[in-house]
Design a protein around this ligand. Structure first.
Ligand SMILES: [Fe+2]
Ligand SMILES: [Fe+2]
Length: 179
């Protein structure tokens, strides 16, 4: 496996989260019951799996390595802006959820921002996969791919964290509103 393949594989797991986000949004629009604790879990997965784990691999290792060749700069800038966009939507979801818990009727905005998030995710990952392909073919050496992969796999605390996040995804996939 290479670092590019590793990130692509991680996208596959993230797509499972995307499906949950879509289902959750749809269920809310349909007036179905989705416990607050489940929406909290989705928020937690976005914050942990995407923001602190996956984006960190891209922003901390993969993008800088590609950028060191002074290549694909434009693409990297665009992807970084999208990561900021992701953080903003996530904030909107959690702020509206907080108010909903306090008794304000925020079902619609929560449903809407979840929907926005799923549209963002699908689009972002598609763009990024085209970017990985270019980086893989035109820029990164075998050694660099290997080195980054080792970096990704070296911290066992992160691997354990991912395992537990995937269990959270399993759990949510079992819920009625998610079927
Ligand atoms: Fe990304
Ligand atoms: Fe990504």
């Amino acid at each position: 496996m290479s670092a590019s393949e590793f990130l692509r594989k991680e996208h596959e797991e993230i797509m499972r989260l995307e499906k949950l986000v879509t289902k959750c949004s749809k269920s809310l629009y349909d007036g179905k019951d989705v416990p607050f604790s489940h929406i909290d879990k989705i928020n937690f997965l976005i914050a942990e799996f995407l923001d602190s784990i996956h984006f960190t691999r891209e922003e901390g290792s993969y993008f800088p390595c590609v950028a060191s060749y002074d290549h694909l700069n434009q693409e990297i800038r665009a992807l970084l802006i999208e990561h900021e966009f992701s953080r903003n939507i996530a904030k909107q979801i959690s702020e509206n959820l907080k108010q909903w818990k306090k008794g304000l009727n925020k079902r619609e905005p929560v449903a809407r921002f979840l929907r926005t998030y799923s549209i963002f995710l699908i689009d972002h990952m598609k763009k990024e996969e085209q970017f990985f392909e270019k980086a893989e073919k035109e820029i990164l050496s075998k050694e660099e791919e290997q080195e980054m992969l080792e970096q990704f796999q070296s911290i066992s605390a992160i691997a354990e964290k991912v395992t537990s996040l995937l269990e959270d995804i399993d759990y949510l996939e079992e819920q009625d509103w998610a079927k």
